[in-house]
Write a protein of this length. Structure first.
Length: 537
């Protein structure tokens, strides 16, 4: 059974921890030991006990939600030193609400027209090019025009009466960097242009908050990442008037933010998370991470060719702050690659999400582990599983090459795709040199480079479309004849398509819409994961 297709692929396991995990196992979902970090795809973080207790206590009463928001804003201000605070339904929702606030100015007559911005004055958001990311979709949801700039001079020139705000991602950079927060704030503040800083995965800093101190108007955090609060809550700190306008633009009020509802339990859980964060001994926790990693490394270093390196959190780093463990070995000695180990751990119980590499410049392979979400006892399970895999005698390393091609798929192909609830028609324009394939993949909107291999009569072809800082990957895998192809499509975080069929278009064999920049020749075996990858954001 393919784990992509059914959660029942993983059978509940028995053991000491089975009682804790049984609520998931009852419906056929095997929990994961998280060695990657606070990725939404695997549940963010584990809530602090204080958070869970606060949510349970809050669930027993009714309150007037606006009154709760005002009290929460004041309490968060007291805790953090910011002028005001707000709890949205996650960091992205908070970014959306702040953008709506900057567009509407707290005027509900404008608010209810979003995302139709005709007739509104503030309709543009300026963003440095290097700060574009997949999460700025939350800002674009308001309907604003994103004005991308490369230099401070371009930013100054882009400011006009339509500028609603400036959006930045938190960066660890000096104040004199070309587009530092300090430099941008020096331009924006005299013009009363708000600056929103996205610090989703950062450690929270208080009294003062580092970003507000540098000139940000509002800073946004994820509740369910480093702060270990509710996964479906966030934290906004900063200017009181803008945050009151942002609250106006969020549920329970009707309009563009009604779909981003945060409950009374999440609000109280987020306050408890901030209180617990401030009281927590962070240095002691980081020392614990290092101890766990040393335990794992020492156990594995008894295996021939295995070495390990523990890297403590770097001083001054706030984003995704964690200790790291790198485990390396000679693939010719242990007959297995790090990518294979990571795949096996991701898809067999007890499941472990970690990163795996193929071959580095020194001919070594390995896996890497992040510490921020490890729980007590996880180090023993991780060490046991890795030791069992790396010390067994029947490992079978992925073949370095491919079987001689049995088909030639060069030419123009019409590709019919069956998605979950629609069908699409794409096209391939391919060239083949032995096992290697290159060319172009024409989708519904763009044409992009495609590359892959022919392995006997099997094919794997990969392409990737980038749109608005988001990537849409297509990995076509299946079998081919000289006249047809069929198989499945893996689309990364967007799951799978039901399948595809391709037919050769013999009348157009000489057409070639290949982009100038080809995907690189594969430097490692191209493969589709054997299970749902548990490590995407």
């Amino acid at each position: 059974m393919n784990p992509f297709d059914s959660v029942s692929a993983f059978q509940p396991r028995q053991g000491a921890a089975a009682g804790e995990q049984n609520i998931f196992q009852k419906i056929g979902v095997e929990p994961i030991i998280n060695c990657r970090g606070t990725f939404t795809m695997i549940g963010g973080s584990i809530e602090r006990p204080e958070v869970t207790e606060a949510k349970v206590a809050a669930s027993k009463f009714f309150v007037q939600v606006d009154e709760l928001a005002f009290a929460a804003g004041q309490r968060l201000a007291e805790l953090t030193g910011a002028e005001w605070g707000m709890v949205p339904c996650g960091c992205a929702a908070g970014m959306k609400h702040v953008t709506a606030a900057c567009v509407s100015g707290g005027n509900p007559e404008r608010l209810v027209r979003i995302p139709d911005l005709r007739g509104l004055e503030k309709t543009e958001v300026i963003i440095p090019r290097g700060h574009r990311n997949t999460y700025d979709a939350a800002i674009r949801n308001i309907g604003v025009t994103m004005i991308v700039v490369d230099t401070l001079e371009e930013l100054i020139g882009a400011i006009n009466s339509k500028t609603a705000m400036i959006y930045m991602v938190s960066r660890a950079e000096p104040a004199d960097a070309p587009l530092s927060l300090e430099r941008i704030a020096a331009v924006a503040k005299p013009l009363n242009i708000p600056i929103l800083v996205d610090a989703a995965a950062e450690d929270l800093t208080v009294k003062p908050n580092v970003h507000l101190a540098k000139g940000a108007t509002v800073v946004a955090y994820s509740g369910g990442k480093a702060i270990c609060g509710p996964q479906n809550a966030g934290l906004l700190l900063g200017d009181k008037d803008i945050l009151l306008s942002a609250w106006q633009a969020s549920s329970p009020h009707h309009g563009t933010g009604r779909d981003n509802k945060v409950s009374k339990t999440e609000v109280m859980g987020m306050i408890a998370a901030v209180e617990a964060w401030i009281a927590r001994d962070h240095a002691a926790k980081e020392r614990e991470w290092v101890t766990w990693f040393e335990n794992i490394g020492k156990r594995l270093s008894t295996i021939n060719s295995v070495t390990y390196t523990v890297t403590p959190p770097r001083e001054g780093v706030l984003n995704n702050r964690a200790a790291r463990l790198a485990i390396s070995w000679d693939p010719d000695v242990l007959n297995i690659y790090g990518t294979q180990v990571a795949d096996e751990l991701a898809t067999t119980a007890p499941r472990i999400a970690l990163g795996g590499s193929y071959i580095d410049a020194n001919g070594m392979t390995g896996v890497n582990i992040g510490g921020s979400q490890l729980q007590p006892g996880n180090d023993v399970v991780i060490a046991d599983r890795l030791f069992a895999i790396l010390s067994r005698s029947n490992n079978e390393k992925s073949k370095a090459g491919y079987d001689a091609p049995q088909v030639n798929i060069a030419g123009h192909w019409t590709v019919d795709i069956e998605f979950f609830s629609s069908r699409g028609r794409h096209a391939f324009f391919l060239e083949q040199d032995g096992n290697l394939v290159s060319g172009s993949h024409q989708g519904e909107f763009t044409t992009r480079a495609i590359s892959g291999v022919v392995d006997g009569n099997k094919i794997i072809l990969t392409s990737r479309e980038s749109q608005n800082s988001m990537n849409v990957p297509f990995t076509f895998h299946g079998t081919a004849t000289n006249d047809g192809m069929e198989g499945g499509i893996f689309m990364g975080e967007y799951l799978n398509a039901k399948g595809f069929t391709a037919t050769r278009n013999r009348r157009q064999q000489n057409q070639n819409a290949r982009p100038e920049n080809q995907n690189p020749t594969p430097s490692s075996p191209i493969r589709t994961p054997s299970g749902r990858p548990p490590f995407s954001s």
